[in-house]
Design a protein around this ligand. Structure first.
Ligand code: NOJ
Length: 542
């Protein structure tokens, strides 16, 4: 495979609203990010993926864009954005933008025009259908609840919106819309950005009349066209948010000869505590062994031919420690285990802000504390339909709701965790008194330094980047052990995914010293090695 600059890169996701406020309005901003570039450099990341910073009425916190070529007022100005790109570069950090082109905001001038009349030149930038028997064209539903169709009285037609009704879906069948998107992408590429994270990109080929929402027939044609007309010749990093992609589809997106994307996110693991056919708020006990099964499948499928994206957390998911680890007694051990297990795999690591200091979910006790549109709507639907009591709905939101990861970054023990001098737009997790960046930096044994070390090892050892992957099968279901091998070097990674003590027997590897571990280790005898709760280590096989 041809080498790319992003093969050994580490990406850090910033949710700008919650990262650092620089002007006391309670909302994070671009100048706040600039203030924290030293910190990001210390961690060692190469790329920052910025969740949307474009102009937006914030129905879905920036994922509803009303001007793709301007900056949200609360976040700053285009001059701030240019300064961020330039200053980040001085710290060796490139900027990847979020590309949200499955839909726009209903306040985008395209939609404002489109709504005016059926023959408006922008009408076909969106998806309109006549009523059927006075009703919605069909029973497609929106991710944030209710029908995916909204009636527009002015023109007597329905428009499609797979998210909120303020997020009308764009019509990718229209070549003019596609060209407008490519022009906008090139505007950003010309500003010196390093790539795009593509929001729900698997939906752009939708065929709503046939109720095809993802993986539509022309999806890959559109991505190939986008590649050719925008980032393809520029060698940028592109990563697709593709909830619907299994390994085979992932290969289709990412095989270099297909000229589509650098990588896609594997998000199936997030459903391991859900029922197959119910929404995300109906949970059951986590299938721990499923974690390694899924990661193993993707590692094997993409091993030689393309590239993985390694992710535990983002702004849509609960905090990983809370879901897959232990936010109580083993918070530190389980956080380090999750990092070691994931980031020694083959692929590009994505770290979500606060993950590197072990931030946890932030429980709420009342519906009035929720900001996220998805959770607000789910609470209403689940309680009004009688599927859950109010308390059950709150419990479900505390477990799976998106605000968990959106609470402000915890920098120090000052008011609001040092995030803002004003009133934060979303409550700060009260545990900021103990879990914060300042404390993490002062403790050489903190989760932060495990992340820093993992990044350093990746930079020093090509085996971490390019090594072949193989899972070891002679372990308990809750133990994930694998090797990475490259040019005569082999790494062994062992992770106990559970709180249950375990044992591994790998006599072929003899006695070794750990390169990195989450418990103090002497010489490890792999012939009969007891594993403590969430124990994990990396060994360089001599
Ligand atoms: C995925 C984004 O990550 C999420 O935050 C957003 O609500 C939807 N796409 C719609 O844009």
């Amino acid at each position: 495979m041809e080498r790319k600059w992003w093969h050994d890169a580490v990406v850090y996701q910033i949710y700008p609203r919650s990262f650092q406020d620089s002007n006391g309005d309670g909302i994070g901003d671009l100048q706040g990010i600039i203030q924290r570039l030293d910190y990001l450099e210390k961690l060692g990341v190469d790329v920052v993926w910025l969740s949307p910073v474009y102009r937006s009425p914030n129905d879905d916190n920036g994922y509803d864009i009303s001007d793709y070529q301007d900056i949200m007022e609360e976040f700053g100005t285009m001059a701030d954005m240019e300064e961020l790109i330039a200053k980040a570069a001085q710290h060796g950090i490139r900027i990847v933008m979020d590309l949200v082109v499955n839909h726009s905001s209903d306040e985008h001038p395209w939609f404002i025009e489109a709504k005016k009349s059926k023959d408006n030149p922008y009408r076909d930038f969106y998806i309109w259908r006549d009523p059927v028997d006075g009703h919605e064209p069909n029973d497609l539903t929106a991710s944030f609840g209710g029908s995916a169709w909204e009636f527009d009285a002015t023109t007597g037609q329905y428009y499609l919106h797979f998210f909120s009704k303020k997020q009308p879906d764009l019509n990718w069948e229209n070549p003019k819309l596609r060209q407008a998107v490519y022009d906008m992408m090139n505007f950003w590429i010309d500003k010196g950005i390093a790539g795009f994270r593509m929001d729900v990109i698997d939906m752009i080929g939708k065929k709503p009349d046939e109720k095809i929402t993802v993986n539509g027939p022309l999806l890959h044609d559109y991505i190939k066209e986008m590649h050719a007309k925008t980032f393809g010749p520029k060698d940028l990093l592109t990563v697709g948010e593709t909830w619907s992609a299994n390994e085979q589809i992932a290969l289709q997106y990412t095989k270099p000869s297909n000229h589509e994307l650098s990588m896609v996110f594997q998000l199936f693991f997030t459903q391991l505590d859900q029922y197959p056919d119910k929404g995300k708020f109906f949970t059951r006990e986590l299938n721990v062994a499923g974690i390694k099964e899924i990661f193993d499948r993707w590692q094997v499928a993409l091993n030689e031919q393309s590239w993985n994206a390694l992710v535990w957390e983002n702004h849509d998911l609960p905090r990983a420690i809370s879901e897959y680890g232990d936010e109580g007694a083993y918070r530190i051990e389980s956080a380090k285990m999750l990092a070691i297990m994931l980031y020694m795999l083959k692929g590009v690591p994505y770290i979500y802000q606060g993950q590197e200091i072990g931030m946890t979910n932030c429980p709420i006790s009342d519906v009035s504390q929720i900001d996220d549109i998805e959770s607000i709507n789910a609470y209403r639907e689940l309680t009004q339909s009688g599927q859950m009591t109010k308390q059950e709905a709150l419990d479900a939101i505390n477990k799976k709701g998106r605000d968990n990861a959106r609470t402000p970054m915890q920098w120090d023990t000052s008011a609001n965790g040092g995030f803002t001098t004003g009133t934060p737009w979303l409550h700060v997790n009260p545990n900021y008194q103990t879990i914060n960046v300042k404390a993490a930096l002062e403790d050489q044994d903190s989760i932060f330094y495990t992340y820093q070390k993992l990044i350093q090892i990746r930079k020093q050892k090509p085996v971490v980047v390019y090594g072949d992957y193989q899972m070891l099968t002679q372990t308990a279901p809750e133990v994930y052990a694998y090797t990475r091998s490259y040019q005569g070097q082999t790494l062994l990674v062992v992770a106990n995914l559970s709180a249950k003590p375990q044992m591994i027997n790998l006599p072929q590897y003899g006695k070794q010293k750990a390169l990195l571990s989450n418990y103090a280790q002497g010489i490890i005898d792999l012939k009969a090695k007891p594993l403590k709760p969430y124990e994990a280590f990396v060994i360089e096989i001599k």
